[in-house]
Design a protein around this ligand. Sequence first.
Ligand code: GCU
Length: 497
Amino acid sequence: MGLGYTHTDAISEPIRMPASLSPPLPLFLSLLLAMLLSSAVAADFPPVDQLPARPEFPDPLVMLDGTRVTTKEQWESKRKPELKALFQHYMYGRLPPAPTRQTYSELFRDEKALGGKATLSEVRITFEQPSLSHPIHVLFAVPNNVTKPPVFVGMNFCGNHTLLDDPRIHLPEVWCRNTCPGVVNERATDKGRGGQQDLWNIDLIIDRGYALACFYSGDVDPDTPDMNDGIGPAFYQPGQSTAASDDAGTIMLWAWGFHRVVDYVERGAGGAVDPNRIAVVGHSRNGKTALLAGAFDERIAVTIPLQSGCGGAAPSRTTDTRAESVRQINTSFPHWFDGNFKRFQDPLPSPSDANGKTVAPRREIINQFSQNTNRLPFDQHCLIALCAPRPVLLPNAEEDLWANPNGQLEMLKLATPVYRLLGSPGLADGATPAINKLIDSPLGYFLRPGKHAMTRPDWEIFLTYCDQHLKAATSGRPDKAATSGRPDKAATGGRGK
Ligand code: GCU
């Protein structure tokens, strides 16, 4: 691959079909079938107010119609597609299809970067069908002394140029949040260069023998309530001008972005990294996205949502008042989820008329999920279970109660039966969390002291966990072997936009 190359990837196929559908069908048939599978199920989903209220966590191994799942085949061919369809319908919106063609253009390449230890490049991915006016830029750092290293695919808050102080790295032209380093009037400037290098720790990643492919969320969809300023409208039907109730919210659009970067490292990067050893990582809202991306794309071998909280690895049905609730997240970040997630009815008390007679409550639609989380036909352990048997690590911070570290551990416990059905131990029996002790089972957990942030010690843990679950694998997907950045306050303005 030479300097300034451009080449086109003729087809992207992030959707993997259930094992029961093998031998592989021709691609277009597989895609058609995947669409039919999810739309057939989605069409039957009841309106939210007709979903049964269930305060307990739904059993991931029981279908919506009550059928118990007892075999791997039933999980793969029935329950997994049903859960994917449910999450898309009621919460995140539909994952847009992969473009039929995407083109990779290398913007620069330096084979002696980081003191000669790494090859650093940046690639612009552009798309056709749909044609998108939102190219994704990927900063790609690969260690020079490792053949086909494993790779982290990460999404950043503030632009690739904040990862390293290097004038060759492209400055985003699109919206950037004013609290990011160097941003003036929602536009990136040179002053931001290297402003988040302590969050991403590229030197450490390279020293430990891993590559990093990182992209900026705003390339895909700026983190604003406006759903028309990102890639979303490229997937609208003719004549459609606003998002439908099950069109992708911003987190699902970002997950689509993760998948495009996985396309790049898998097929576009000239074999520079090992496509069987891809880990995804993101912090906070980007961690919610990493988890969703991992759940919907089996090319991703390890999923690491850091302090992802509500809408990520923390339960929606939480009783912990210190943790973020669905009501709070939908109020502050209405664009993150789809229309159905916000259109749940409040249980209104039945009012009395003038004579004291009880009358039927108004059938008012309140524009948020609020107390009705118990109508959700899933909780976030089901999203983790969609990764099974692939490893998932949930790193947390002791003081970050907003992200609900205890609730996240509970989600790992409840996802474990699915892992066990597929032959993986899931969360190790009797695993007890303790500060600074990595629980390194395939469903992993870590709690460090301190606050909500992505730090160097967090990366040390990601790397140690991946050394165990990813680096050792030399052929085939590590999952198969197993079964045989919320940045700191200064960076994003803290908890809020
Ligand atoms: C807010 C939000 C969280 C989110 C975080 C972030 O705190 O309430 O859900 O994780 O921002 O992404 O920074």
